[in-house]
Design a protein around this ligand. Structure first.
Ligand SMILES: [Ca+2]
Ligand SMILES: [Ca+2]
Ligand SMILES: [Ca+2]
Length: 265
């Protein structure tokens, strides 16, 4: 796969100013290369590298594969900024080719450049697809003011769910709501402790269970009590089978309900 770069000869870019973009494609797959560059709309492309490049659709492309020098094929493209300030994204696709007339052995790659015009170097805004005000570092754009679906505030760990971001309240749902890398942290747990006896463990009712809820410490104490009782009596208590996160404050008293554990089954 070739390495592709795109750079502007001018920064910052003034309103109405014409700049030259230089596109370099490494000759990774062969001696020649081609390209296509397109913007997301603003401004006007022009031909500054002729012969060999042409206006094509909404962008500029090569007219024929071009041989490289010192391992790179270079193309240049003109672009003129609009009369009102803003930002523009350039997407470049390039092909490094072995010139055998078939796609076999050729390699493709891409490059991206985003620049502001009319406001100095502008500000880099990052992708906020779910519009919760927090960005993931996946994509960015440079502009004079914040565009929709972009923000400067980073930290989103799920940019497709607006309820998940660094300022969200952690709730018991098995996911990291507040993007701190921890799932359901600081919340009480519900532990289900299954118990059985040799007398009652039949095919019809092999296991009876009781749900106990409370803080992790309370549950640990309850578990120790159950294990202690099991050691002295005829009941055998199996290890907790299921630990499910629950909301804080769900029946904390039930942890201290030792009576059911001592009853004969
Ligand atoms: Ca977001
Ligand atoms: Ca969390
Ligand atoms: Ca959670």
């Amino acid at each position: 796969m070739p390495t592709i770069t795109v750079a502007s000869d001018t920064s910052p870019i003034n309103l109405g100013e014409t700049i030259v973009l230089t596109i370099k494609i490494s000759n990774t797959n062969g001696p020649v290369a081609g390209f296509y560059v397109q913007s997301n709309g603003p401004g006007t492309f022009s031909i500054v590298d002729s012969p060999g490049t042409q206006l094509l659709g909404m962008g500029v492309a090569h007219t024929a594969p071009r041989a490289g020098v010192d391992g790179f094929t270079t193309f240049q493209v003109g672009w003129t900024a609009p009369a009102h300030e803003g930002g523009v994204d350039f997407n470049v696709w390039g092909l490094s080719a072995n010139n055998d007339g078939t796609p076999q052995g050729d390699g493709a790659g891409s490059a991206f450049l985003s620049v502001a015009y009319g406001c100095g170097v502008g500000t880099t805004y990052y992708t906020d697809d779910d519009q919760d005000g927090y960005a993931s570092p996946i994509g960015y754009t440079v502009a004079c003011s914040q565009p929709m679906f972009f923000t400067t505030v980073m930290g989103d760990c799920n940019d497709s769910d607006a309820t998940i971001h660094p300022a969200a309240v952690e709730v018991c749902n098995g996911v990291d709501d507040n993007c701190n890398g921890l799932i359901d942290e600081g919340l009480a747990y519900l532990t289900r402790i299954a118990r059985t006896t040799t007398a009652t463990a039949t095919a019809a009712s092999p296991v009876r269970s009781r749900r106990i809820s409370g803080s992790a410490g309370e549950l640990q104490r309850a578990r120790r009590q159950l294990q202690h009782l099991g050691g002295r009596g005829s009941h055998r208590y199996v290890r907790p089978r299921l630990v499910l996160p629950l909301r804080v404050g769900v029946h904390p008293r039930s942890v201290r309900a030792r009576a059911p554990a001592t009853r004969a089954m």
